[in-house]
Write a protein that binds this ligand. Sequence first.
Ligand code: PMV
Length: 317
Amino acid sequence: MEASASAKVILFGEHAVVYGQPAIAVPVTSLRARVTAEAAPSDAGLTILSPATRHRFTVHLTEDDEENALSLAAQLTLRNFGITTPPDLTLTLVSDIPIGRGLGSGAAVSTALVRALCAALEKTLSLEELNAIIYEVEKKHHGTPSGIDNTVIVYEQPIYFVRGQPLENIRIALPFTLLVADTGYGTPTHIPVGDVRRLYEAKPERITPILERIGAISRAACQAIETGEYFRLGALMNENHELLQKLTVSSVELDVLCEAALAAGAQGAKMSGGGRGGIMLALVTDATAPRVMSALESAGAVRVVKTRVRLPENSVG
Ligand code: PMV
C-alpha cells in the first residue's frame, strides 16, 4: 500500500505571511515523497524506516516523541482514531524532494506517512483533519509556522493563503511554467524567520510597510494569475524579491541566480521560502525555458526542476 504527497513552492508572500499578509503557494507535483505500509509480524509494533537517511525507529504511544516529526505524525494519527496500541506495521519512506530547501520536504513526508498509515488502518481523514495533524507536526519543528506549507501540500493545489483564514484556491486562467533552481545549501527556516522578527521588533516603522507591500503584491499576483497576465506576474516576482532582500533573507547565491534568469529572458525571478539559500523561481515560457535553465546551471544552480502550474481536476474552494 503506497501513499504520496507533493513538494511545494511559495510563489509570493513568504515571511510577510507570518504577519497576516496573504501569500500564494503552488504544489510541485513532479517531486514527491512516498510511503509504503506493509504488515509486520505480530507484536513487532509500528516501525518507520527511511533507507536514504538510514533511520529506523519504533513508534510508542506512551509519550510525545517531540524530537521526531514522523513519530509525532504517527502518534497524532493513531490518537485521532482512539487507537491505544500501535499496529504491527512497517512504514518505509522514499522521497525525491531535497531536504531543507523550502520545497516542503518535511510536510510532504509527514503527509505521505499519515496517508499510508490511514490506508493500512482502513481509516479516512478529511483534508481538514489531515491538515490539522500536519500543522501540529510543523509547529513542533518550526516554532510558529504560518501553516502555508502543510496547507498547499495537503490540498495539493495552488492556494491563496492568509494565516488563520479559510482556504481560498486560485482560478488559473492559463497554465504557466516555473523553473525551480536549488542553490545547493539551505538555512533552517526558523533562523531567517527569527531574524525578520528581530528586525520587526527593533524597527516596526521600517519593516511594516515592507510586509504590507508584499501583501499587496500577493493580492495583485492573484489577480494576474486569474487573468493570465504573466508579464505583470513576472514584474511582481521581481519586486517581491527586492523586498525580501530588504528583509535580509536573500543571499548572494540567490541574487546571482535571479539576475542570471532575468538576463536569459525569464519574465520574473525571486527567491522562494525561508531564504538564505534554498531555492529561487524563474517564470518562463516554452521558448525561454531552455535558455534560462542553462543560464541557471552556469550561474551555480545544483539542480533545476521545471514545473507547470495548473489547477488540478479535483480542486476545492
Ligand atoms: O518552509 P519554507 O522555507 O518554504 O519557508 C516557509 C515560509 C515562511 O513564510 C518563511 C515561514 C512560514 O511559516 O510561513
